[in-house]
Design a protein around this ligand. Structure first.
Ligand code: FES
Length: 120
């Protein structure tokens, strides 16, 4: 069930068992395609669409907290959305995640715009 929060509504996207540690799962939250990533038991959500040429990041690889785009190999941090390597130059949006019992809920709005250029 969705619940209001200071940052907006949340929507249930998966069960915790659907995303074991070290794996990713594509889902949808508020009309946004997102990828859930389990990093050592902690769940994070970022845009599923690579900021380079729109490949699905959930089809890439996850190593620790870094996801590698399956198309050209750009890397993103799943905790921050920060782009870590070319050819992508823009970070991707992050979404708040919370776990209620066995349910994984994701905010329906991103924490920040993916259109913002990466800084530092
Ligand atoms: S589409 Fe992701 S790096 Fe090119």
């Amino acid at each position: 069930m969705s619940a209001p929060s200071p940052g907006g509504a949340y929507v249930r996207v998966a069960r915790r068992a659907d995303v074991p540690p070290g794996t990713m799962l594509r889902a949808e939250a508020g009309g946004h395609a997102i990828v859930l990533a389990n990093v050592d038991g902690e769940l994070f959500a970022i845009d599923d669409t690579c900021s380079h040429e729109e490949a699905s990041l959930s089809e890439g690889g996850l190593t620790g907290e870094v996801v590698v785009c399956p198309r050209h190999g750009a890397r993103f941090n799943v905790k921050t959305g920060r782009v870590l390597s070319l050819p992508a130059v823009r970070s991707v949006a992050t979404y708040a995640v919370k776990v209620e019992g066995e349910d994984v809920l994701v905010a329906t709005e991103p924490r920040r715009s993916a259109a913002l250029p990466h800084r530092r």
